[in-house]
Design a binder for this molecule. Structure first.
Ligand code: WT7
Length: 655
């Protein structure tokens, strides 16, 4: 075990913030000091400074009934007013809110004044359809400005949105509509993906047609944006076109105040069981932490920055760092509809060059795919506007981190690795880019106002240099308020494990280095035990990817008679490497390599060279399926894969 710690901790590269960046940064050391002295007072300050309250709050945190928290409970606000009207009232109506780029290349620039007007009209349409306070609205849209407008219109009237990622099937959509009891679905005919129109309305039709007898249909209307231009079926009693209903509606709409704890949205995420959990977030605390983290972690200067978060609004990252955080801060942001490689592999870099993007926030899986293609592609574009890079979603291995900083960030832009979850609502662990000396591969420190720890199974602090479980030791403003319709599951999943301490169990393994900085090691479900030694899949993957031949790697723990579990690796080799070298003996070489990098205990028992890895639509590797292959079982349920054929290809390759 000590040898594997040494491997990650032997990462000795350090990057201080550039002097100019540090001088102008939003995040300062005073924030840490203030939060350490009075955590609740600190959050109250943020909520007052960053948001407009129709009714100011006097209470900060109510934790009298844990794990059910209330923040700013006697305050009232309107989330959409905070993201729109107040910027117009402050004289910033002409500032661009959205720089939208369609996959085929169309462009729309939408100012705060225009977006406010659009959202007011949509709010009137929704109310005209009988949607009101507390009703649920499913949103199933591509990355178009209407998606952001729809979310904000729902928020404006005090209803609850449930955004369903456009890549999900009719079945998944239906399960989510049913669980939330949605009254309205907002969708589009289709959206552009990989150069083609990918239909959406037909999936909604299927989801709604597919109702068993005796089941009450909750959906009364379907509001449809015309985007793809594809033919769609039409149910005149139920369906209405956005482009007819919205322009016809009044542009006057008063934003009513709602209590801070008014539910804002439900977002479904997969847990350990088959049934997705509807994570519930509320208004005031969520918006305060969203705005705060976007300002201090992404260092957003709303008057000058061009910000781009590549996440789809179907995921929490899109909720917090496309819709709510940046708009609450009055920032200008890029919204891009399509895939990174359509119509050419430099599409994202072209967008950055075209709009002069200054802040860029994306996922390690994307960064690694770009590494695989090669630096020649980004180097064809002018990326000099970039001054800050962010990473989110999974551990970023040091090699990818350094590549990101050097090739995309021009060897100067700070990289912030941000750890958080659908459940946490907003960033929890991250460097502050103007203060922290960054370490490639480490998320480092909790943000001001957040308290975390790494503990052993009984909840005891492990101490620097040791690994354990990541916990959050106190309630935070943007925390989930529960699982929709299932308070018991909420308690069981997150709070029962450390009930006596009152800690939130995140489900992630982590390690503290000698400085007390946090290194995320992947979900504890992916932690392996080899001959009584704990090894992290992320760490072996990191070692593999550090080899010049390897583009991407996934590691699983497969059961083994002698060692309990054995390390099995699935590896994609770089095209460029294969052109110059014979593949013979590569598996053996890599096996030795890992042994050298981490220690003999980490040497994979098997290394399979494959062409693809099974990934979910959000880019997470599905290790469960690889474990099936590694253990010689029939491969389990593949329906949540982005490409369901991948597993048959892998299985066939290994036969
Ligand atoms: C899980 C949450 C956070 C929004 C997108 C994913 C992993 C997330 C990091 C990071 C290491 C990370 C964790 C976490 N994760 N960010 N910076 N370093 N791991 O949200 O789908 O709710 O997944 O993603 O395992 O528990 P999510």
């Amino acid at each position: 075990m000590s040898s594997q710690i040494d491997h990650l901790l032997s990462e000795s590269r350090r990057f201080a913030p550039p002097a100019q960046f540090a001088a102008e940064a939003v995040g300062t050391t005073e924030l840490y000091e203030r939060a350490a002295a009075d955590r609740e007072g600190f959050w109250a300050d943020q909520a007052r400074e960053l948001l407009h309250w129709h009714t100011p709050f006097t209470q900060v945190l109510d934790w009298s009934n844990p794990p059910f928290a209330e923040w700013f409970a006697d305050g009232e606000l309107n989330v959409a007013y905070n993201c729109l009207d107040r910027h117009v009232e402050a004289g910033n109506g002409e500032r661009v809110a959205l720089l939208w780029e369609g996959e085929p290349g169309e462009e729309r620039r939408i100012t705060y004044a225009e977006l406010t007007e659009e959202v007011k009209r949509v709010a009137n349409v929704l109310e005209g359809l009988g949607v009101g306070h507390g009703d649920r609205v499913a949103i199933y849209l591509p990355m178009i400005p209407e998606a952001v407008a729809a979310m904000l219109a729902v928020a404006r009237i005090g209803a609850i949105h449930s955004v369903v990622f456009g890549g999900f099937s009719a079945d998944s959509l239906r399960a989510r509509i049913d669980d939330a009891g949605a009254k309205l679905v907002i969708t589009a005919d289709g959206g552009y993906r990989k150069g083609k129109v990918s239909p959406l309305k037909p999936a909604v039709d299927m989801a709604l047609a597919d109702r068993g007898s005796g089941e009450q249909e909750t959906v009364e209307h379907v509001l449809v944006v015309r985007r793809g231009g594809n033919d769609v079926e039409w149910n005149p009693e139920r369906d209405l076109w956005w482009h007819e209903a919205v322009p016809a509606a009044s542009a006057d709409h008063q934003a009513r105040p709602f209590p801070a704890e008014n539910p804002l949205f439900i977002l479904y995420t997969s847990g350990t069981t088959g049934k997705p959990k509807g994570i519930l977030h509320t208004s005031g605390g969520y918006l305060a932490q969203a705005a705060f983290t976007n300002r201090v972690v992404h260092d957003v200067h709303p008057e000058s920055d061009v910000y781009w978060c590549t996440a789809d609004i179907g995921w929490i990252t899109g909720h917090t760092y496309v819709t709510y955080g940046p708009l609450a801060n009055g920032a200008t942001q890029v919204l891009y509809e399509g895939t990174p490689d359509t119509p050419h592999p430099g599409r994202w870099w072209e967008v950055i060059q075209k709009y002069g993007v200054t802040i860029f926030y994306t996922a390690p899986t994307a960064i690694r795919s770009f590494m695989k293609i090669g630096r020649e592609v980004p180097q064809r574009f002018d990326l000099s506007s970039l001054r800050l890079l962010g990473s989110v979603g999974e551990p970023i291995n040091p090699e990818a981190w350094v590549w990101y900083r050097n090739i995309i960030g021009g060897e100067s832009a700070p990289v912030v690795d941000t750890w958080w979850q659908t459940e946490t609502g907003a960033i929890m662990i991250s460097a502050l880019p103007g203060i922290t000396e960054t370490k490639p591969g480490s998320a480092q420190v909790p943000i001001p106002g957040i308290t975390i720890d790494v503990v052993d199974d009984s909840g005891e602090h492990v101490g620097n240099g040791n690994g354990g479980l990541l916990v959050i030791t106190g309630p935070w403003p943007s925390m989930l308020r529960g699982i929709w319709g299932d308070p018991e599951r909420y308690k069981e999943t997150y709070w029962d494990k450390f009930a006596d301490k009152g800690y939130y169990f995140a489900g992630d393994g982590a390690r503290l280095d000698e400085d007390g900085d946090v290194w995320l090691l992947g979900r504890v479900d992916d932690v392996m035990n080899i001959s009584g030694h704990r090894l992290s899949t992320a760490e072996i993957e990191s070692a593999l990817v550090a080899n010049e031949a390897v583009a991407e790697a996934a590691v699983v723990g497969a059961s083994d008679e002698t060692t309990g579990q054995a390390v099995v690796a699935f590896v994609i080799i770089k095209q460029s490497f294969l052109k110059a070298h014979a593949p013979e003996g590569l598996a053996g070489t890599l096996r030795t390599w890992v042994g050298e990098q981490i220690g003999p205990i980490a040497r994979p028992r098997d290394i399979y060279i494959v062409g693809e890895l099974p990934k979910t639509r959000s880019g997470k590797i599905m290790r469960r399926l690889l474990r099936d292959v590694a253990e010689g079982r029939e491969v389990g349920d593949t329906t949540t894969l982005a490409d369901t054929a991948v597993m048959s290809v892998i299985s066939a390759q290994l036969k």
